[in-house]
Structures are given as structure tokens and as C-alpha cells.
Design a protein. Structure first.
Length: 107
């Protein structure tokens, strides 16, 4: 089976996540690849918003000199939520596989 390459418009970080997920879970169906692509686009959007917020600060002055929350805070929050929802929609087993003895997980 040929593994799907990451879309070219994704950031280098998102491409690493793509490769990691594709390699580990062998996603090859059209729907799964689309969900992963959209999730990683959301990841990139959240990272971009975070970088802008880091530069300008979490609060900005409006035209009246009043402190207001940075307008990108909601974009960062919503994009992170969309990324996590995409991962959840992929139905990935996020529980690490145990290759050694230990306590079993709770139910």
C-alpha cells in the first residue's frame, strides 16, 4: 500500500503530524484523508493565530485606548477545537499500547 503524501500547503510541523498519523494508522480512505487534511489545516490556523497573539499580546488597545481581548483568541480556540474534533472523528486509538507489564486501564 502506498502512503499518501501530506498536502503541500501544510506547514512543516503539520506535515510531520500527517506523516506520523499516516505511518502509524495507515489511513488510506478518501474520507479519512480529507478529515486529516482539514484537521491539520485547523492546526496550522491555530498555530498562526497563536504566533500573532504572542507578538501582540493577549490584550490589545482599541481606538479608544481601552484594553480588549486580542481578536485572534477566538480563532485560536476554535481552530484548536476543530483540530481535536478532526482527530476524534478519525477514531484513532490514542491510548498507548503497552508492551510491558503494568496496571490495566480503568473502565
Amino acid at each position: 500500500m502506498k502512503l499518501q503524501r501530506a498536502p503541500g500547503h501544510l506547514s512543516a510541523d503539520a506535515k510531520r503530524i500527517w506523516r506520523g498519523i499516516i505511518d502509524e494508522y495507515l489511513i488510506s480512505d478518501v474520507a479519512g484523508l480529507r478529515i486529516l487534511r482539514v484537521a491539520l489545516e485547523s492546526y496550522d490556523r491555530a498555530q498562526s493565530a497563536r504566533e500573532s497573539i504572542d507578538k501582540a499580546g493577549m490584550a490589545v488597545l482599541d481606538k479608544y485606548g481601552q484594553l480588549k481581548p486580542h481578536p485572534l483568541l477566538s480563532i485560536e480556540r476554535d481552530s484548536r477545537a476543530a483540530f481535536l474534533a478532526g482527530l476524534k472523528a478519525l477514531n484513532l486509538d490514542l491510548e498507548p499500547l503497552r508492551d510491558r507489564p503494568g496496571r490495566p486501564g480503568g473502565k
